[in-house]
Design a protein around this ligand. Structure first.
Ligand code: FAD
Length: 757
């Protein structure tokens, strides 16, 4: 609530205050219009105390209030509004805190019209329901400004530990419930920022970042521990969480795997998934463009496809970035799934709607940039499984629209990492299967939120987190009471973040640095072919780097980085003692190492470093390994000694002829083959895209199965943005989770070249 608000007259708590249900519903004051479409500032400004008081007075104070049961968190709405009626705003916040420490978040993003406000008796007749969400937010804002309310007490430690995977709403509320009961709670999050969709999906003009941070601080104050840059299923297995001393695990890993439309042209430049678009802007601050290291480029006309919250958020961002924006939805207005308030805001901000239409093909210009879209008109038919009238195509209704940017906001599936790494976890079309209490098919493993439901809402994710926390408590209490599971003191072995410190450095060439980094968990789990995502500083973009080595004994990994752009230059300039701001891994699938007889390993430029562990692994698997590498000149030859130790034969080509073979590495391949006609079992290529493409064309001629390690543009590296999508064998794959290694003869190198550009 704005500080300038006048305090309404203090009232005696004993006096019966007259309620005014027939007064008009108060609407939240909004940011001035000019700022709305140009800044990331919060649009809904919140009630002044007078407005909050006036709205609270509309509450009927029902004897049998239905709103409380309709709230998935069972917040005592009647009681907190009664305190507001008495101008006791701190008391109102305290009442909400009994059930949730997140009123600032929920009061801003909960779709209250589907829950508490839907069952408000006042709204059952001709009047509008009480603005319960906005009142909840008012109590939170009052607390933020004055800090007078208290958080609920925490029970003494009970010696039991729970790991919560993912830091979205489902895990956050589970953490709140468990820590209050005396559990030691650790939240493990893959990204570098906490909050799940709240942080990477929902824009700051709807949910300012300091609100998320402050409400997460409520959990910290209660003893919850957080670890970012930790991806369960990669940084450790589920089994290792138990070995590290956790007594139960909750999976709140969300639904971040974006759906694609499956139509021709969707991989053209300028076609984004909503996840990539929003992550680049919200998480990586692309709205500060041109200064942002992770920019997003929108053209003059943007079309956002979809009708949910993601579509509204993406469209409002596109508008703020200066694009004329239309939301295209295959059903009608009544079927939109976004929060009502946001639909209103979208229109106020000048975004247009095109209902009952769907794109069927996207066209690009000569540079592979999207320029036009073919669409089809729809009409509404019988209800489908979602309960809404189904969209039915109208034959012959095709039409074309010019467009520069397309954002696909058509839904998401559960993040797949844990499921893929844990085959014993029963799933149904990627969604983790649970019983009524949130228990999965695995002992002591629970799940809830979007990973169970697919895309849903913040408050339903929280309801699941709460139900699972209850079930975890019941199960662990029963085991403790029967002596099956004694409590322990101390920390679980997973939790504290590693230092990410550079312990050694070599300059391989003036531009290429070899860095040994302290990262014990990654060192323990890495395999040749995998990569990490890192940020050298807290302001940097996220970049992928292939793992060159890892020593579980020393607890270190080796990365080789070539100073090309801003972030790689910063990384290459780090010195021993410096620390990376973020380091996540190991990511991607390991290289397919097998005994193929004679294996040809081919690399160009810095790819040579990335090839080294693959060559070593092929040799260890019993292969005869030939390594062919290309460099600009002998001065640019790197890791020659290491390669010679790893392979049976190592040959170099140099562009300037200063080395033994004058030419590029593909020419070297051809020359080498002239004198080595013996059968080759496999080839592995890594390096610049044109080199991989030419090398793959050659091995195709030779009939040698070949894998290429692709390095397209990535943002998260965990399958959530879809920015790294590549077409392989006619199918769209995500290089970060399905690769980075693919059948080189099946890769669409034309498309990869365009997208990487
Ligand atoms: P998420 O919020 O998705 O969090 C999951 C977290 O788990 C992520 O941070 C992810 O990085 C992490 N993770 C994944 N895998 C791993 C792993 N293996 N190890 C460690 N961490 C991992 N709902 C509303 O009610 N109101 C709205 O206004 C609204 N707006 C939305 C806007 C957008 C753009 C989107 C995408 C969704 C919106 N929703 C909204 C839906 C709502 O945000 C989600 O239903 C809710 O966040 C789901 O919560 P969750 O805890 O299940 O998962």
């Amino acid at each position: 609530m704005p500080e300038t608000a006048e305090q309404p007259p203090a009232t005696s708590k004993t006096a019966r205050i007259k309620r005014t249900p027939k007064a008009p519903r108060q609407e939240l004051p909004l940011l001035e219009h000019e700022k709305r479409t140009t800044t990331p500032e919060e649009v809904s400004l919140g009630f002044t105390l007078e407005l909050a008081h006036a709205e609270a007075l509309r509450c009927l104070d029902c004897k049998d209030p239905k709103c409380i049961d309709a709230c998935p968190l069972h917040i005592d709405i009647k009681a907190f509004i009664a305190r507001m009626v008495e101008s006791d705003y701190a008391g109102a916040a305290e009442k909400i805190f009994e059930e949730s420490p997140f009123p600032g978040i929920c009061g801003r993003v909960c779709q209250s019209e589907l829950y508490c406000e839907k069952d408000c008796l006042l709204g059952k007749g001709k009047l509008l329901p009480v603005a319960i969400g906005s009142l909840e937010r008012s109590a939170a804002d009052y607390y933020r400004q004055r800090g007078e309310a208290g958080l609920p007490p925490v029970a003494p430690p009970n010696g039991m530990r729970v790991a919560l995977v993912g830091s979205g709403p489902a895990s956050l509320i589970a953490a709140f419930d468990l820590v209050r009961k005396g559990y030691k709670v650790t939240i493990l999050e893959a990204l570098h920022e906490l909050g799940g969709v709240l942080a990477y999906g929902i824009p700051p003009f709807r949910l300012p970042r300091d609100i998320i941070r402050e409400e997460l601080d409520h959990l910290r104050a209660m003893g919850v521990e957080f670890r970012t840059d930790f991806i369960v299923g990669k940084t450790c297995t589920m089994q290792e969480l138990f070995e590290a001393g956790f007594d139960a695990v909750f999976l709140g890993t969300g639904a971040g795997l974006p759906h694609l439309m499956g139509i021709p042209g969707e991989n053209l430049i300028g076609v984004y998934t909503a996840n990539e678009f929003l992550t680049r802007i919200n998480l990586m601050r692309a709205y500060q463009f041109p200064d942002s290291d992770t920019p997003v480029k929108v053209g003059a006309h943007t079309v956002v496809i979809g009708g949910g919250n993601s579509a509204m958020d993406a469209a409002r961002w596109a508008k703020r970035l200066g694009s004329d924006t239309t939301i295209m939805f295959r059903r009608g207005r009544a079927e939109l799934r976004a929060r009502l308030a946001e639909v209103g805001h979208v229109e106020e901000e000048g975004v247009k709607f095109e209902f009952l239409a769907v794109p069927v093909r996207i066209f690009g210009d000569e540079n592979g940039r999207v320029c036009e879209m073919e669409c089809l008109r729809m009409q509404l038919g019988e209800p489908d499984e979602s309960g809404r009238p189904s969209p039915v195509p109208m034959p012959g209704s095709e039409y074309r629209v010019p467009v520069d940017t397309i954002v696909m906001a058509i839904g998401q599936s559960p993040n797949p990492t844990v499921q893929r790494a844990t085959p014993q976890l029963v799933t149904n079309r990627g969604k983790v299967t649970i019983d009524g209490g949130g228990k999965t098919s695995m002992e002591r493993v629970y799940a809830g939120g979007d990973v169970v439901r697919g895309g849903s809402t913040v408050i339903l994710a929280m309801r699941d987190g709460r139900a699972a926390a209850e079930a975890i408590d019941q199960a662990l209490t029963a085991e403790r009471e029967t002596g099956l599971r004694p409590g322990r003191d101390g920390q679980p072995a997973i939790g504290a973040a590693p230092s990410n410190r550079i312990v050694a450095k070599r300059r391989l060439t003036p531009e290429i640095s070899w860095l040994e980094v302290e990262a014990p968990e990654i060192a323990r789990h890495w395999k040749p072919g995998q990569f990490v995502i890192l940020r050298p500083t807290a302001e940097s973009e996220r970049i992928p780097l292939t793992l060159v080595d890892g020593d579980p004994e020393r607890g270190t990994i080796v990365l080789v980085v070539q100073a090309l752009g801003k972030t790689s230059r910063i990384t290459a300039s780090l010195e021993p003692g410096d620390k990376l701001a973020d380091l996540l891994g190991p990511l991607g699938l390991p290289a397919a190492i097998h005994n193929a007889g004679h294996v040809l390993c081919v690399a160009g430029g810095v790819g040579t470093a990335e090839l080294l562990p693959v060559a070593q692994a092929f040799r260890a698997a019993g292969n005869h390994v030939t390594v062919l590498c290309g460099a600009r000149s002998t001065a640019h030859i790197i890791l020659d000694e290491e390669l010679r130790a790893a392979a049976d034969e190592v040959l170099w080509s140099t562009d300037d002829g200063s080395g033994a073979f004058h030419g590029n590495v593909v020419e070297l391949m051809r020359a080498w083959r002239g004198t080595h006609p013996e059968p080759l079992g496999a080839a592995h290529v890594i390096g610049p895209i044109p080199m991989m493409r030419a090398a793959a064309a050659l091995t195709k001629e030779w009939g040698v199965p070949t894998f290429a390690s692709l390095n397209p543009i990535m943002v998260d590296g965990t399958g959530m943005c879809g920015g790294c999508r590549v077409t392989v064998g006619g199918k769209v794959r995500f290089a970060c989770v399905d690769g980075p290694e693919f059948d080189a003869h099946q890769v669409d190198f034309d498309e990869l070249t365009r997208r990487t550009r």
